[in-house]
Structures are given as structure tokens and as C-alpha cells.
Design a protein around this ligand. Structure first.
Ligand code: GLC
Length: 421
């Protein structure tokens, strides 16, 4: 394969991007799965580095990794029930243990531990539940003998790059159509020249022409990956916020369970993602057995029920929604329709500020029941509302506002000292 100059390659893939990313832009919500032998320790996927566990000692754990056959089926079932449209599994995290049947190292799930190809089980489960398939791959590797040395030893770098590209090639070759390649942590080589990312990504696209790639092999590629916070990111480019389930660990960590997100927390993240034209990749860290951590099940299932009723406000082509319309919630938007997600139901009436475009109608998204309103200046006052939130699942009620045209919005527009006119 002949290597294209970077500018030619990046220009070329930008042409197919709209088409390739259509499903992803519509999907909004995916499941991240962090699973590796760190689950056996249960104190974060970085435990080996954080607690300075000697490599020999850590490596022995691989033999104790004995998950139930077919465990990924339960993740996929839950992802589907939660209204997620795709999954991304850590095929190899920083620890270096490969979950698939690789020829690049014996430190893998077929040779050590379960004796099965766990990536194959995962892909099968995604397909069964009609979820798009994503592979996470950590460039950084604490196990490979050249994983650190590659920084200053040319021969080691050559070996490590061949190993890395070899792993990626296998993942892109042996499991049919793969929808997402999610790189992580380009250490210690830090730049695309070090990782030979141009050649790597061009190989990936040669093998998987429809694939989407993130930006963590130090080329911009298709989407950005803000981590640990959900807030509207760049416009004009895909972004996907990735979040743990407890703000502490991606890998299984039972002692952090009490800090888990609630249904309402998750809906708030989805609200921000929808309003900012981004996606949410929400993580679970399965147990060493492969079970979904219990604390994730109920909130995710409830989110799924809520999404069944409110799908219009979430999936599909959305616009950048206005910010700061009311302290009781936030918006998402599709053209002339603004969806206000009211999560702090204030009772009989409340206002939405900053719209001057004429409002044609307001209705509850779920029931279609219309809502009476008054519009004066920059203020829309919704009236005669129920005392309590009509949404019994999570207390998050979506109100659809139909305008004459895609509305303009100016926050705090009637407050002279705050407004630049
Ligand atoms: C960070 C962490 C890693 C996690 C990833 C997810 O880069 O090093 O543990 O897998 O974020 O985005």
C-alpha cells in the first residue's frame, strides 16, 4: 500500500465524512466497556501503575481471569435496553493484556486465562442486539518489553511499532465489519511520526473503508473525545464525551459503586450531548466474571424506558440548541422545534427567556397535550401546568416548542446591563 501524504489523506477522508458519520451523529448514545485483568483487583484500570505492582506479579493475574462464556451478551442486552446504539470495548488497555486471539503476544485471552477469544464473543453479542461495533485500543502498553524503551532505542521502536500495527491489523481483519476504532494514550511516542499514525490509519481505512476513528493516535480523524465532563464542544466536528459510571474508575471498582450515576444524572448528560450536537459514551466496568456491575442496571434500564418515550428530542439530526433559557432544564433542537427538558419541575408556570421568534405552539412531547403560553418581548411564559412533573420515570419532562422558523436566541436579553446589543 502506497502511503499518501498527510494533507492528501486528511482531505480525502473529509469528503466521505458526512456519509460515514451519519449513523454516529444520529446515534447519540453508546456504551463504553472497560474490561481487563485489572477487574480482578477492582481498584481502577490504572492499578498496576498507581500502586506500583511489579510486572511479574501483575502478569500472574492473567491466569485467574476466568469470565463466564458469553458474558458480553449481557452488556449488549443492557446497552440495547438503555437506548444505546453502539458499543466500544477495550480490546487492550494500558496493562497490555489482549482480549483477542492475537499472534503478536502470548499475553492474551486465548493463551492465558479464559482460553477463549473474548473480542469474538463481544462482536457476536453486538451483532445479535444490532449494535454498532467499536474497538478501543491503547497505544500505550506497560507489558510489552519495548513499550517504554521505544522512546530512546530505534530498534525497540521499530519492534513496538510493528507490534502495534500488527495488533491493529488483526483487529481490522478478523472480525468482519468494525464501525469504530477508538485509540487511547499515545505515550510515550506522543506524535504521529512516532506512531507512524499515517500509515496505521491508512491501513485501517484500506481494511475498513466505513470506519470512524477518534483523534487519539494524534491525527484529527473523525471525532474528538472530551473525557470526564459533558459540555458542548467544538462546532462543525463530531465530539463524543466519555464518562465513567462513578467519576472514579473505568475498570470494575466495587468500592466506588455508591458514587454511581442516577437515571437523572445520565439524562442530564444526554441533554447536554443532544443540545451540543455531540454523543455520550457511558462506561460500565464489568466484574472479573463479566457481569454488568449491579449499580448500572436499573439506572440504564430506566433511561432506556425514558428514551423510548422521548426519542424525538434525542436521536437524529440535531442543531446547536440555545443555552440558558431557564434554570429548570436545558434544550435540544431540531430546526424549528426546540425541546425543553424540564428536570426541576417548578409547578404551575415558568418562563423561557431569550426567544424573540414567534412561538406557534407548545406541547408535552410524550402525550402531545398542548400547553397554553404567552409570549411578550423575549419572554415565553408557559401556563396552567400541572403542579408536579408529569414524567413518572425520572421527573424529566420534555416540552416541544414549535416556532415559525429556527428560532434565534439571546440569553438574558431583557437585562440591560448583561446584554450587548
Ligand atoms: C484515559 C485513561 C484510561 C481510560 C480512557 C478512557 O486515557 O488513561 O484509563 O481508558 O481515558 O477515555
Amino acid at each position: 500500500m502506497e502511503l499518501k501524504p498527510r494533507n492528501v489523506y486528511l482531505e480525502e477522508i473529509s469528503h466521505s465524512r458526512t456519509e460515514r458519520m451519519k449513523w454516529w451523529n444520529d446515534a447519540r448514545f453508546g456504551m463504553f466497556v472497560h474490561w481487563g485483568i485489572y477487574a480482578l483487583i477492582g481498584r481502577n484500570e490504572w492499578v498496576q501503575a498507581i500502586e506500583c505492582i511489579p510486572p511479574d506479579e501483575y502478569e500472574q493475574l492473567a491466569d485467574d481471569f476466568q469470565p463466564q462464556p458469553g458474558a458480553p451478551r449481557e452488556w449488549a442486552r443492557l446497552a440495547k435496553a438503555a437506548g444505546m446504539k453502539y458499543m466500544v470495548l477495550t480490546t487492550k488497555h494500558h496493562e497490555g493484556y489482549c482480549l483477542w486471539d492475537t499472534r503478536q503476544t502470548d499475553y492474551n485471552a486465548v493463551k492465558r486465562g479464559p482460553g477463549r477469544d473474548l473480542v469474538a464473543e463481544y462482536v457476536e453479542a453486538c451483532r445479535e442486539f444490532d449494535l454498532k461495533v467499536g474497538f478501543y485500543y491503547s497505544l500505550m502498553d506497560w507489558h510489552h518489553p519495548d513499550g517504554g524503551r521505544c522512546l530512546y532505542d530505534t530498534a525497540a521502536r521499530r519492534r513496538f511499532i510493528d507490534f502495534t500495527h500488527g495488533c491493529v491489523r488483526e483487529l481490522m481483519t478478523n472480525y468482519g465489519k468494525i464501525d469504530i476504532l477508538w485509540y487511547d494514550v499515545p505515550q510515550p511516542l506522543v506524535n504521529p511520526e512516532g506512531w507512524e499514525s499515517d500509515a496505521m490509519n491508512q491501513m485501517v481505512r484500506d481494511l475498513q473503508p466505513h470506519i470512524l476513528m477518534n483523534n487519539r493516535a494524534v491525527l484529527p480523524e473523525d471525532f474528538s473525545t472530551p473525557e470526564g465532563h459533558v459540555r458542548p464542544a467544538e462546532t462543525g466536528r463530531g465530539w463524543e464525551a466519555c464518562m465513567t459510571f462513578n467519576d472514579t474508575s473505568w475498570g470494575y471498582m466495587p468500592s466506588a459503586a455508591r458514587d454511581s450515576w442516577t437515571t437523572r444524572d445520565i439524562l442530564k448528560m444526554l441533554n447536554t450531548a443532544s443540545g451540543g450536537q455531540g454523543n455520550l459514551l457511558l462506561n460500565i466496568g464489568p466484574t472479573p466474571d463479566g457481569a454488568v456491575p449491579e449499580e448500572a442496571v436499573k439506572p440504564l434500564e430506566t433511561v432506556g424506558k425514558w428514551l423510548e418515550q422521548n426519542s424525538e428530542a434525542v436521536y437524529g439530526t440535531v442543531d446547536r440548541a440555545p443555552l440558558g433559557t431557564c434554570a429548570c432544564g436545558d434544550c435540544s433542537q431540531k430546526g424549528k422545534t426546540v425541546y425543553f427538558w424540564c428536570r426541576c419541575w417548578p409547578g404551575k408556570e415558568f418562563g423561557l427567556g431569550g426567544f424573540k421568534t414567534p412561538l406557534k405552539s407548545a406541547r408535552f412531547l410524550v402525550s402531545g397535550e398542548s400547553i397554553s403560553f404567552k409570549q411578550e418581548g423575549y419572554r415565553i411564559l408557559l401556563r396552567d401546568l400541572p403542579e408536579t412533573s408529569p414524567d413518572s420515570l425520572a421527573g424529566v419532562t420534555v416540552i416541544a416548542l414549535e416556532f415559525d422558523e429556527p428560532p434565534e436566541h439571546q440569553p438574558r436579553a431583557s437585562t440591560p446591563a448583561l446584554t450587548v446589543r
